[in-house]
Design a protein around this ligand. Structure first.
Ligand code: ZN
Length: 265
């Protein structure tokens, strides 16, 4: 079965629903930027983003990820700094240096932390969410300069997906225990992403739910550049150094200038 890829669109409108008045409306990213600075109000009732009952981003009812017969045939995406995600052999403590281990409280505390890490659900989502997750980690979580891997994920075709779709399930550091979202007999749970690709659907799932992955290393290997790239760059650079002819538009002002001898009389 071929995986179904959704066409990425980083600039699509996001559906919101106001928790205070129920007003539903789609907005673009510029609106959300203004909204986050209290420069926009709910068109229905006038609350702003500081209200407990402010407008919240919603899933698009037409999202194929909400369709039970499609959800397992979609491609799902994930970014990681691990080259072998979602390997069961990853030791979460392997990247902790000694001062960090001491700050965490020593060996016993680290062992408890490892136990919690191993109970965490994995997350897969839209291509846009995976890319935005990587960019956020590079920008604000100390992963600048790290090699990342973009994974295209095929889910196991016999997965039991929890009915419906919940709100964001992760805590303030982006984690949730698998057992908290997937009760016995359930392999994956849908939730609406409110931070990365807001309104997009993500899945919380266990390691066993992943059937296969394809992987791209980021940054991309230079050898994968298209053959036309160098010559196109040369031509663009040469063209950029040439003067550009200014073509005067035909408008009231240019016509006025052309008739200046008449105007002086
Ligand atoms: Zn409202």
């Amino acid at each position: 079965m071929d995986l179904v890829d959704r066409l990425p669109d980083f600039y699509r409108w996001r559906l919101t629903r106001c928790a205070a008045c129920g007003h539903e409306q789609g907005f673009d990213d510029d609106w959300f930027e203004r909204w986050s600075h209290r420069e926009e109000l709910c068109p229905g009732c006038g609350v702003d983003c500081t209200s407990e009952d402010a407008a919240r981003v919603e899933a698009d009812p037409a999202d194929p990820a909400l369709n039970d017969s499609l959800v397992l045939s979609l491609s799902w995406w994930h970014t990681s700094t691990y080259a072998d995600w979602p390997s069961a052999d990853v030791d979460p403590a392997a990247r902790l240096d000694e001062p960090t281990r001491q700050r965490m409280g020593g060996d016993e505390a680290v062992a408890r932390w490892v136990g919690r890490q191993n109970e965490k659900a994995l997350h897969v989502g839209t291509y846009e969410a995976a890319v935005q997750n990587m960019l956020r980690r590079i920008e604000s979580q100390g992963d600048w300069g790290q090699t990342f891997y973009l994974y295209r994920v095929r889910l196991r075709p016999d997965l039991a997906v929890r009915a419906g779709c919940s709100g964001e399930v992760v805590d303030f550091v982006g984690d949730v225990a698998l057992r908290d979202v997937c009760p016995a007999g359930i392999d994956a749970a849908r939730y609406v992403n409110s931070h990365e690709d807001p309104g997009g659907i993500s899945l919380a799932l266990g390691r066993d739910a992943v059937h296969a992955v394809q992987r791209l290393r980021i940054p991309l290997d230079n050898s994968t550049r298209a053959s036309w790239r160098e010559s196109a760059l040369e031509r663009l650079t040469a063209a950029a150094s040439q003067p550009v002819a200014v073509v005067e538009p035909d408008n009231e002002l240019t016509r006025l200038r052309e008739n200046s001898t008449v105007a002086r009389r």
